[in-house]
Write a protein that binds this ligand. Structure first.
Ligand SMILES: *Cc1c(COP(=O)(O)O)cnc(C)c1O
Length: 516
């Protein structure tokens, strides 16, 4: 059946497929290995054809026209051939999707991916290991543990450290704050949140983070029952780094007011600016008051692999917990991310022993069930992507890719500085540039509109993709440079487009105003 689905073309090219097929030939097993090889081949061929066809990061399609293509699709009517199905998928997805490998894609924190990780993806999903318990995963749990240990060592943690792969930085940050909350309650209030729920003082729990940290800090506070009100915003300096002095002052003020500072979330690489908070000074403040320090290195973790820039993360080893997103700066496919603690004993709030899955007797026998450390139960074997990347490419090459992205940011910074009609916020520490089209003597309100529209027009052109953000209430454009293949000419090209569109919109605006 599947054989006939694959269609005439591949049957001709593979005359050895002579078996009689039933509906069961869709199943991955030893009997159906010809189908397996064919279908995987169809998949890679589809992707490779899509790349050959794509000429830019997008086609600039609109929501309406993207939706239109779904009009005649009935999911209750399966298509009869693989080629027909892929042809449909080409139309509704591959033709107009966003391609992160394109050198003029400079929008969000999406990276081009490396081949060892793609090789891993095909293995992960075919064998379909779940790394929740040892008895379901065997070597996979040990591979994950090895990648965790490797990363913990790069962070500078001792052998007391531990960690677990997560779905992403958002989940890792949630774990950091969960442990901070429960750790505080136990240590300072002699209260066990896992069994007793929140202590009565919970409305006075406070989490300190910089004004430009990731929104998942607020989200986690809400999920943890503390509410957005528990998050105190700490001002940043002109380089968008948390002011440690202000942190110290705000914590003291909070204590004086009878509140309970439970955690500080430092950021090593803010999403918008790539700024790295002064972790050592922050750790010092935390140590004085016995406050949990979580460092969100979702973006900046790539520095761990760079010999040249590793020093930017100095002090990260003083954190109680750390977020690492390999799917941002280690060139891994989504999802590939992990959470780390300095002291493995602190992971216990994530533990629950279920008789059918991970009984306490397992733990006593030294059996490594990673579900004990995770918010998830069934969990992908994402660690294999990092394992094969380290075994095939090695840390040094990954680090060099990231260094290239960082040097592109310096090139872009200089280029923008030289233009009278572009205004940049700060000198990048990692690889983002936040700037706007700003010719002299134009009102801020008008500039806000124009910069927003520049982004739209660039998308519509299909030739590049840039991001947008707000800074101090004004609209800005943002480049996130993660592609080591991006050349200075690509950066110059996108900047030229921004200026051209900016002047065009400004002129149009002036004409419109004259006519109104
Ligand atoms: C991207 C990002 C996150 C969220 O990570 P996800 O993997 O998208 O869930 C958290 N913090 C920072 C600083 C980030 O850049």
């Amino acid at each position: 059946m599947l054989n006939s689905l694959i269609g005439e073309k591949s049957r001709l090219s593979k005359p050895q497929l002579k078996k009689v097929f039933s509906d069961l030939s869709f199943l991955f097993n030893r009997e159906n290995l010809d189908e397996y090889l064919d279908i995987m081949n169809e998949g890679t061929q589809f992707v490779s054809d899509s790349l050959v066809r794509s000429s830019g990061p997008s086609t600039g399609t609109s929501l309406e026209s993207a939706k239109q293509k779904f009009q005649n699709i009935d999911l209750d009517q399966p298509l009869t051939t693989i080629s027909g199905t892929l042809e449909e998928l080409r139309q509704i997805y591959a033709d107009d999707t966003i391609y992160f490998h394109q050198p003029t894609y400079v929008a969000h924190l999406n990276c081009p991916v490396v081949y060892p990780a793609l090789l891993a993806e095909s293995i992960i999903s075919s064998i379909n290991t779940s790394v929740d318990t040892w008895d379901q995963s065997i070597g996979a749990t040990l591979i994950e543990q090895a990648v965790i240990n490797w990363t913990a060592k790069e962070i500078g943690f001792s052998s007391e450290a531990d960690g677990v792969f997560t779905s992403g930085g958002t989940q890792s940050n949630l774990m950091g704050m969960l442990l901070a909350r429960d750790h505080y309650a136990k240590r300072h209030l002699n209260h066990d949140v896992s069994t007793q729920g929140l202590p009565e003082q919970f409305t006075k729990f406070r989490i300190f983070t910089s004004e430009v940290s990731h929104f998942s800090v607020q989200k986690s506070a809400a999920i943890l029952g503390l509410g957005h009100q528990s998050v105190i915003s700490v001002p940043v300096d002109s380089n968008l780094r948390m002011r440690a002095r202000e942190l110290k002052r705000l914590i003291q003020q909070s204590i004086d007011e009878g509140e309970h500072p439970i955690a500080v979330v430092a950021t090593a690489g803010t999403t918008d600016f790539g700024s790295v908070d002064p972790i050592s000074s922050i750790a010092e403040v935390c140590r004085t008051h016995g406050i949990w320090l979580h460092t969100d290195a979702a973006y900046g973790c790539g520095l761990l692999a760079s010999e040249k820039h590793r020093h930017l993360l100095n002090g990260i080893e003083l954190s109680d917990s750390v977020t690492v997103d390999y799917h941002k700066s280690f060139f891994q496919p989504v999802s590939c991310s992990a959470f780390f603690v300095k002291d493995h004993n602190t992971l216990s709030p994530a533990t629950h022993h279920a008789d059918y899955l991970n009984p306490l007797s397992d733990k006593n026998a030294g059996i490594p069930n990673s579900v004990n450390k995770s918010l998830q139960t069934t969990r992908r074997f994402d660690a294999l992507k990092m394992w094969l990347t380290l075994r095939i490419m090695g840390k040094k090459t990954i680090g060099q890719y990231f260094e290239k992205a960082m040097s592109n940011a310096q090139i872009g910074y200089k280029a923008i500085k030289n233009e009278a009609d572009l205004d940049i916020i700060h000198k990048p520490e990692i690889s983002t540039l936040v700037f706007r089209f700003k010719p002299p003597h134009v009102k801020d309100e008008l500039l806000d509109d124009i910069n927003k529209n520049i982004r739209q027009e660039i998308y519509k052109s299909g030739q590049a993709m840039v991001a947008g953000t707000k800074f101090r209430g004004r609209n800005y454009l943002k480049f996130t440079l993660l592609n080591p293949e991006t050349q200075p000419e690509d950066i110059a090209f996108v900047l030229k487009q921004i200026q051209r569109i900016g002047w065009m919109l400004l002129t149009k605006q002036k004409i419109d105003m004259r006519h109104s």
